[in-house]
Design a protein around this ligand. Structure first.
Ligand code: GDG
Length: 459
């Protein structure tokens, strides 16, 4: 990472948030992106452009822990139109196989352009000659071209954290051409998987003047590099916490409370319809109903973090999951043996790792997911190399984690069978697979991800 140019990160959210009432202060926000990028931004004396999550006041620029923080403000009405609607009711479902029907509302496009332009102007003001600007995710797809217009002298990278859909879906978007042109403003466009690379390049050739191969497009006299960079986690930090005495004791306590003599199946997700929470509950219910598994054999623990609660589809999903859990427990729990433990709240990172340690089986069944970091976090936390990962074929992570039990979450019967297979996997076989999975995630951690992307940006 030596002698890298100054890096300006541009993401919807800042790497810090405000806490405290009368004497508020800024603290670093948890999360993979911050862990990966903050050290590089800091080391290169760079900056971070983003929103602080509030609509109440306009925060001024400041420095936090060696990083120049450049807040962008978003109004209450833009939270609704730019964030809740265009980003999360149009783009999010469209990019995730249209699992819920995307809404196309012309009134929300203007605010998307306006907010993107505000981010681009802030980035252009912040970038010094020779800097690299790295723009993140679906909220900001117009930003690369907008920065290029103002600052053709800086290198621009873009990384999409969610899937990029095939033509059959993307073509629905009334603003498909503008979005593609926005992304083509970058020198390097990065995706989680090669399938997304292919989708993007094909669409760019079909709907814009771009020509070339999947990984190198000629556009307006420039070359735009396109490639896959599967994101990862800070393996060592998960491993370190998992190895601690506190974590080991907390894990043992969870086992004692929920599962002595039972296999613990764990699920951890944002409460989002892409994550396949309902499919896995159905599969589990099928096993209980048919008697193939009983509450004496196993218990399912679902941790679901509330998310985007002001969006209708999310409130609806929450009710649906509440109902399913109620039904399964009503039908199958016995005194002292609950069929499904359901936690609809946020856990601390340490608590989460204790659950990863306690779980015999991790069930990750998104219907579509850019990568899925939970799968990798479980692997990093299995310091004794035991445990089985059930993983959806439709998560980006499935491309790398070949020693997981791979499933099609739309096949509920097949998913139920995979759960039985996981429950019955002999320890020796589980250990062999987990060792291979651990090697994979250890080698390809989040620091390698950032490094690979920035190296490609250099070329
Ligand atoms: C997007 C893409 C891509 C969950 N519950 C708690 C908690 N979490 C943390 C997990 C994990 C993160 O949230 C979830 O990350 P995922 O990758 O699983 O999913 P998305 O939020 O949808 O992320 C995804 C990712 O971007 C990165 O590019 O992999 O495909 O959709 O880190 O640990 N954290 C804490 N308490 C909880 O209760 N502290």
């Amino acid at each position: 990472m030596k002698s890298r140019p100054r890096l300006v990160a541009v993401a919807n959210r800042l790497p810090v948030h405000r806490v405290g009432g009368i004497y508020p202060r800024w603290v670093t926000s948890p999360g993979g992106l911050v862990t990966a990028l903050a050290p590089i931004v800091r080391k290169t004396g760079g900056a971070w452009v983003g929103w602080d999550g509030s609509t109440e006041r306009k925060a001024s620029p400041f420095t936090h822990d060696g990083i120049a923080i450049r807040p962008v403000s978003i109004t209450e009405s833009e939270v609704e139109s730019f964030y809740n609607k265009f980003s999360n009711q149009t783009l999010w479902p469209l990019y995730h196989d249209a699992i819920r029907t995307p809404i196309f509302d012309r009134k929300t496009w203007r605010p998307y352009v306006e907010v993107n332009s505000r981010f681009a102007r802030a980035a252009a003001r912040t970038a010094q000659p020779g800097d690299w600007v790295w723009v993140h995710d679906y909220h900001l797809q117009l930003v690369p071209a907008m920065i290029r217009q103002i600052r053709p002298d800086v290198k621009i990278g873009f990384f999409l954290h969610i899937p990029f859909p095939p033509e059959e879906l993307f073509a629905w978007l009334p603003w498909r051409k503008q979005i593609l042109q926005g992304l083509l403003g970058a020198d390097l466009v990065g995706f989680q998987t090669y399938a997304a690379v292919r989708n993007f390049s094909r669409l760019a050739r079909d709907f814009t003047t771009a020509e070339g191969t999947d990984t190198a497009l000629e556009y307006e006299g420039r070359t735009v590099a396109v490639n896959a960079f599967p994101i990862s986690i800070d393996f060592k930090s998960f491993e370190d916490v998992a190895r601690s005495r506190e974590s080991s004791e907390a894990g043992a306590l969870i086992r004692q409370r929920v599962g002595v003599g039972r296999k613990i199946l764990l699920c951890v997700d944002r409460l989002d319809y892409t994550k396949g929470i309902d499919a896995r509950l159905q599969a589990y219910e099928l096993l209980l109903n048919s008697g193939r598994v009983s509450v004496d054999d196993a218990v399912l623990v679902q941790i679901a973090v509330p998310s985007r609660e002001r969006v209708f589809e999310y409130a609806d999903l929450r009710q649906e999951i509440d109902r399913m859990v109620g039904r399964i427990n009503g039908d199958h729990s016995v005194p002292g043996r609950v069929a499904v433990h359901y936690f609809r709240r946020n856990f601390s990172r340490e608590e989460l790792i204790a659950y990863y340690r306690a779980a015999d089986i991790m069930v990750v069944t998104p219907l579509r997911d850019g990568m899925n970091l939970v799968a990798k976090e479980y692997i990093a936390s299995r310091v004794d190399s035991t445990g089985v990962l059930i993983l959806s074929e439709f998560a980006g992570a499935a491309r790398e984690l070949r020693r997981a039990v791979l499933v099609n979450p739309r096949d509920v019967e097949g998913l139920a069978e995979a759960m039985v297979t996981a429950i019955r996997t002999p320890v020796k076989e589980a250990r062999h697979n987990m060792n291979i999975l651990r090697m994979q995630v250890r080698r390809h951690d989040v620091f390698e991800w950032a490094d690979q992307f920035l190296r490609a940006l250099q070329d």
